[in-house]
Every structure is written in C-alpha cells, then in structure tokens.
Ligand binder design. Structure first.
Ligand code: FES
Ligand SMILES: [Fe+2]
Length: 449
C-alpha cells in the first residue's frame, strides 16, 4: 500500500516529478522506422513523458524529434515540410533543424538575433532494430542499449501496438507478478469457456516464485506444479529490464525468438504498449526476403463492439486487468499479499533509483561504456516450451493473431502444418473467448508474462 502522495511520486511522468525525472534517464521506443513511410507528410505525432512532439525525417534521411507546436503562432509540425536541413512549418514556412535551431524565417529581412531567440525543444533520436528511440533527459545522453533481440541478425521482426488509457506503472507491475498468469490466463479463461462447454487447462499452479536483481533489472522465476527444480522457468527465469520492458525469450540456438513488451509512458494516464518480436528462423528454413526487410506492424485491438474488453487473447486479458484498475491505480486502497513480493521489490528499486537520480547519479542499467554495449544478452529461458503445442497454436492465443505475417511465419516454423486457422475471430464470435483445443495446451505453457 502507498499513500496518495507516494503513489503520485511513483507514477507521474512529467518533467520535475520524481518518477518523471528517472524515466528521462532512459531511451524510449516511440515508433517503427517504417511508420514514417506510411504517413502523408512523412511525420508522426508522438506523446512521450507528457510532451507533445513530432518525429520527422529530413530529405537527407536523418531523423528529428521536436516539439509539435511552432514557436511562431503555434501551428503543428505534424503537417510540416521536410527540407534538406530539417523541417518547415506549414503555416508561414519557418524552418527548424533537428537540433531545434530556427534556420529560416522567409518573409522580410533576415534578423539573426530574433531567429536565435525562437528555438524549439528538440530531442535526440536513434534507430535500432527497426525501431526509433528517443531520449528526453539531460545531456550527455547515455548509450542506447543494444539488447539481444534488437541486434540479432536474420530475424523476422514484428511490432504490435496499442495506446492504453492508463498509467505505465500498473502495466509494469504485471511483469513482476507471475501468479497472475495462472489465474488471468489460466483459470479465468477456463471459467469463461465453461459456458460454451469447452474446458481448457492452460496454466498450472505456481508452487514457488522468486525474484533476483541483476545489472539491468529483475529476473522473475516460477516453479509450476509438475516442473523439475532444474527447469529453465525456475533456474533462469526472464527479466524485467528496468524501468519498463519485459523480455521473454524462447527456443534453442537454432530456433530462437525474442519478445519485448515495451511500456512507454505517454503521460500520467496513457501508455504506449509495444510488443516487439524478433524470430530467428530455424536453421535451413526458407524465408521470403520481404519478411526480413522491415518491422511488420499491427494494431492490437482490445475492445469489443459494445465497449467491453476483449479477453479472447492473452494480451487482451492483461489489458483488461490494467484498464479496470482505473487511469492510475489507487495504491492507497490496495492490500499487498504474498504473491506481490515482486511488486514490492520493484517499488523498492524504483524508489532507490529515483533517489539516485535526485543525487545526480546514473540509475540502474544506464550504459556509457561502448565496450559493454556491443550486444547485451539478457538472461532468458531457452526451454520455455511455448511451441510445444505448435508454433502457430501458441501465437494465435496472443496479440500475434493480428499480425499480417503470422501465416508466413507459420509456414517457416511448421512447413508441413495443416492450413492455419490464424485469423482473428470471425465477427459473429467477437467478444467471446477463443476456443482452443485442450490437448494442444499442456500445463505450464502460457507464461508469456
Ligand atoms: S505558425 Fe509556424 S511559421 Fe507561422
Ligand atoms: Fe499476463
């Protein structure tokens, strides 16, 4: 439980707030690089840490991120015109560089001292793994971490995306809460599917949970009924990369996948949720070239036509649990229990790292040594058995059912598989839980989170 004031300190993201200042010490993903190809003006509006910004690419291909509103008379750069050196405002043509400097005010005689006065807020951006990352904190900016799934070569990359109307912290707290998977993704779905007569067992009881701090965050460990103590789920676990990314891996060296659930605080009451996947195809698999050329994006729907939450896929179940807590969960009214030891640990670390920033120190996981940043391999299960019931069978229980490339991924992983039924529910079924066959869902298989 937190007091109302403590809750505000842990959740608010604006400039000058305790958590907001901490969050400004990290790079945050704001878009897929390919997002800019699809917009009419080659720009993208971005809300990050309470700031309304515009991402753009100049005609030399360089990225920039500036405040949305023009300092002249406030028109939006989302409708701007890319130039060789930056972007021009659509209203009167003032031109700004990616560093926020005013380069040109077309009407009248040039007045350099006035021009210098009207700079605009700007922030550094970098591309990695097909994503664009932004840094809003003080200079010098730390290095953009080169985590395994972002830099692995030859992978098929997908990006699911949803803007969720709730604070970032209640989303992150799921990632240090292993027991929820047994209920929300297991017993609850079993309950919901009993009505149409289908009973599925998709998660076993947790016998033990544990958490370990490491250099980049916290690893989460679970031992499920029937698992041996030397199982990867218990021995290795998977990490919450501080402050807000869950990283799950799977498969051996010949067939590995990386899954990042990235939580990007837009403002106090809205969070951009990104599901970034990198699938390394099995050795010898034939992979169509177009699959490797860009990040393949999809929106993740979480509402039914009547406005209720979809609980027919694992990620929709999580989203329901996050959003029904309210815009900002009221932690003065909660009662933490034994299953919440990971939540309590995360909050202790969050407070500790906020204090470090207040003392002028770098918080956890900030990297400034390039030698340590060539490729950061995160601790992850190699034998999580997600694919035991079949690659597609597992994927279609997640947000990946909405991916435009799932059919092709299925052909790579299961070339001899039957015709795949991977589409979203047909409209007549919308809002009803998806039916999955019990025999294809052995216990201990659905701990995606
Ligand atoms: S409002 Fe942007 S140039 Fe006038
Ligand atoms: Fe979950």
């Amino acid at each position: 439980m937190e007091t109302t004031e403590q809750n505000r300190d842990l959740t608010r993201v604006g400039k000058g707030t305790p958590a907001g200042e901490l969050l400004r010490r990290y790079w945050h993903p704001i878009a897929a690089l390919s997002d800019l190809d699809d917009t009419v003006h080659g720009t993208k509006r971005v809300k990050l840490l309470g700031e309304q910004l515009v991402l753009f690419r100049d005609t030399q291909g360089r990225l920039g991120l500036i405040a949305e509103q023009c300092p002249h008379r406030r028109a939006s750069f989302a409708y701007g015109m890319a130039t060789a050196d930056g972007i021009r405002c659509p209203y009167h043509g003032w031109e700004f560089s990616a560093q926020g400097k005013c380069l040109d005010q077309p009407f009248g005689r040039d007045n350099p001292s006035f021009r210098d006065k009207v700079s605009i807020d700007s922030y550094p951006v970098q591309e990695l793994g097909g994503l664009v990352f932004a840094y809003l904190g003080p200079q010098p900016a730390p290095l953009l971490p080169r985590f395994d799934g972002l830099v692995v070569e030859g992978a098929v990359r997908t990006l699911g995306r949803a803007e969720l109307p709730c604070n970032w912290l209640q989303i992150v707290e799921t990632s240090v809460d292993p027991v929820h998977a047994e209920w929300l993704h297991g017993r609850y779905i079993e309950f919901a599917q009993e009505a149409p007569g289908v009973k599925t067992h998709i998660s076993a009881p947790h016998e033990k949970i544990d958490f370990k701090e490491f250099e980049y965050g916290i690893t989460k460990h679970r031992l499920l009924a029937g698992q041996p103590e030397d199982s990867d789920d218990w021995k290795v676990g998977h990490p919450i990369v501080f402050p807000s990314t869950l990283a799950v891996g799977n498969g051996d060296a010949h067939r590995r996948s990386y899954v990042f659930q990235m939580r990007v605080p837009m403002d106090d009451e809205n969070t951009l949720h990104l599901w970034y996947h990198a699938y390394v195809p099995p050795q010898g698999a034939t992979v169509p070239a177009h699959l490797l050329q860009k990040v393949h994006r999809h929106e993740v729907p979480y509402l039914n036509a009547d406005g209720s939450y979809r609980v027919d896929h694992i990620d929709g179940q999580d989203i329901m649990a996050w959003l029904t807590q309210g815009r900002v969960a009221d932690r003065s009214a909660e009662n933490l229990a034994a299953s919440d030891q990971g939540v309590a640990l995360y909050r202790r670390i969050l407070r500790r790292e906020i204090a470090k920033v207040q003392r002028g120190e770098d918080p956890m996981g900030v990297i400034r040594d390039a030698a340590r940043n060539e490729r950061i391999d995160l601790p992850n299960e190699k034998d999580k058995k997600h694919f035991r019931g079949g690659f597609v069978e597992f994927q279609r229980r997640t947000h990946m059912r909405f991916s435009p490339v799932l059919q092709e991924l299925g052909q790579i992983y299961e070339p001899d598989g039957a015709v795949l039924d991977i589409n979203p529910l047909n409209p007549a079924q919308a809002g009803r839980p998806n039916r999955v066959s019990p025999q294809k869902n052995p216990a201990a298989e659905t701990s995606t989170s």
